[in-house]
Design a protein around this ligand. Structure first.
Ligand code: FBP
Length: 560
């Protein structure tokens, strides 16, 4: 084993907690089925596309008290999409459950994401191999990737690989797009009588894969605590030097859950929430004006500093930008094979081709942007057809526009103080952090539970562990059908079945906490300094969950 840091050494010894039902024996679980389910929208289309896996019931596990014999099974596992703290523990939980069910069971890890199952690149896990990765961050145990599993050829290749390893179940650990892949593969395996099961696990730091049965995706807890630590540190710096405005863009591809949670943990002066921008139809100019207004008011109070939080996905929620990007996505799908676009050597020429094809109003929104942002908008889409928002420097765009606005205000005789800004992007800093105790326990339970679903013969299900604000022993383990979370959306210019993203609810308790306080936080510095994640020490600091989970669960529990 390579030389380890002292924290690594200690974390390897941590034994993650399990829900009581799972800790009493994987072979003695009793499964209770709820009523038949429906997809969140577009029921007819989703039912037609998933004829074999649609409408299945939600299931929960309890301990039956009597142990059954478990047949020998080989299982394959895939890590898919962006890294999220705790992925290694999902695999460790899955491995421990599988070996405890029957020591002859085998777990194979497909390498480099979904492409591993197509190309037949894998490893077989052993105790020695797994043990090194317990309670560590990252996905380096087998690597990850964003290959989209959707074509007949890919499914055929996956089947060949599974047959060659005698694999009867595949676990896909991923976000909304990757679990859409899981649903498609599950349906194809049933339709073709392969006998191979597919189970998903809810991963993403973005926190947007959630519903009544999935209270939170794993990784959100650790990533938001990591960003909150960094924001707190910057707030101290800003409050010490009193000379900079810090514009901090926070990861989260689409929904603003991460920015909102980090804001509740730190109480910065300004927090933009993309969902609110869209609901209030705020244009880019109106966002700039309202931010410039706060900056000028603080300057009038002698405060030429502050903290502004910007969600990564903002640009796609600003109405004129959203319409333009939707138009642009369709055009980019066509331009992939357009010889004049491919041959254009300068960005200037590419912009001209794109502007000619965009509808008039979208062309003018596109051309109003600085060249750097335009180039970022034309960059390759991810394999699911999404703009790669992590590469769009909205924080810099806002600084530039606010700076001009403040100059304009100054020229009209208004006092605006001195505006000097620093930009930051927090994303990769949090995706591979050592999982918090919460994520370490939650992930281990999700993996363990994934095997329980397999052992009970299910396919097309997402591993679900609920009741998460209670101690782990009271968590409820079960599964929900993947089709229950699906609807039809446009991808790469075509309508496709996809898992619906959960956006920030503007009438929910989490956003309310921000909106009730933000005027106060804007002018009076109410900064909180959360500090680093603690792994050892009093439970009041080591085992706390996120504000999001606490507020959402408090509302749900009050409604029961
Ligand atoms: P997943 O949805 O796959 O979990 O990815 C989340 C995320 O971290 C987003 O927050 C971010 O926009 C994206 O991945 C960046 O991905 P990449 O590093 O592949 O560009």
């Amino acid at each position: 084993m390579a030389k380890l840091s002292p924290l690594q050494e200690e974390r390897l010894k941590y034994q993650p907690k399990l829900p009581k039902s799972l800790s009493q024996g994987i072979n003695s679980l009793e499964m209770t089925e709820g009523a038949a389910t429906q997809s969140v929208r577009d029921q007819e289309q989703i039912n037609a596309l998933f004829a074999n896996t649609y409408g299945k019931p939600v299931v929960t596990f309890s301990n039956s008290g009597s142990s059954k014999v478990s047949e020998v099974r080989n299982v394959g596992v895939i890590l898919s999409g962006g890294q999220a703290p705790g992925g290694h523990n999902v695999i460790a939980g899955l491995y421990d459950a599988l070996k405890s069910a029957n020591p002859d069971n085998k777990l194979y890890g497909f390498l480099g994401g979904p492409s591993g199952i197509i190309d037949g690149k894998y490893i077989e896990f052993t105790d020695e191999y797994i043990n090194e990765y317990r309670n560590t961050g990252g996905f380096d145990i087998i690597g990850s990737g964003r290959t989209k599993l959707e074509t007949e050829d890919q499914f055929q290749e996956s089947l060949k690989v599974c047959k060659s390893l005698n694999i009867s179940a595949v676990v896909i650990i991923g976000g909304d797009d990757s679990n859409t892949n899981a649903a498609l593969l599950a349906e194809w395996f049933v339709k073709n009588n392969t006998g191979i099961q597919v189970i998903g696990c809810p991963k993403t730091i973005d926190g947007d894969l959630k519903n009544d049965q999935i209270e939170i995706s794993f990784g959100f807890d650790t990533a938001t605590k990591t960003y909150a630590e960094l924001i707190g540190n910057i707030q101290r710096d800003a409050n010490s030097a009193k000379k900079y405005w810090h514009f901090i863009k926070i990861m989260g591809r689409s929904a603003s859950h991460v920015a909102l949670e980090a804001a509740l943990q730190t109480q910065p002066n300004i927090t933009l929430i993309s969902e609110e921008v869209e609901a209030k139809q705020m244009s880019l100019d109106s966002i700039v004006n309202s931010m410039a207004d706060i900056i000028a008011k603080r300057a009038a109070n002698g405060k030429n500093f502050g903290i502004a939080i910007i969600p990564e996905g903002l640009i796609e929620f600003i109405p004129e930008m959203k319409t333009m990007i939707a138009n642009l996505n369709d055009i980019m799908a066509e331009l992939e094979n357009d010889s004049s676009y491919i041959a254009a050597t300068s960005m200037h020429d590419k912009f001209a081709i794109v502007e000619r094809r965009l509808d008039d109003v979208n062309a003018s929104a596109f051309s109003s942007l600085p060249a750097g942002i335009k180039a970022q908008l034309l960059a390759d889409r991810d394999p699911h057809g999404n703009v790669q928002v992590s590469k769009i420097e909205t924080e810099k765009l806002l600084i530039e526009m606010i700076s001009s606005k403040l100059n304009e205000m100054k020229s009209q005789g208004q006092f605006v103080g001195k505006f000097s800004a620093q930009s930051h992007f927090f994303g990769y800093e949090g995706r591979c952090a050592f999982p918090s105790n919460f994520d370490a326990d939650y992930c281990y339970s999700l993996g363990y539970n994934a095997f329980a679903l397999i052992n009970n013969g299910l396919t097309g299900y997402l591993s679900s562990v609920r009741n998460l604000t209670k101690p782990a022993s009271e968590w409820i383990a079960g599964g929900i059908p993947l089709t229950m979370m699906m609807n039809m959306e446009k991808r790469h210019g075509e309508m496709k079945p996809v898992i619906q993203k959960a956006l920030v609810k503007l009438d929910g308790p989490v956003f309310k906490q921000l909106s009730d306080n933000r005027e106060d936080w804007a002018m009076n510095d109410r900064y909180l300094f959360p500090g680093a994640i603690q792994y050892f020490g009093p439970s009041s600091v080591c085992d706390i969950t996120t504000r999001t989970l606490q507020l959402e669960r408090a509302k749900e529990l009050a409604n029961v």
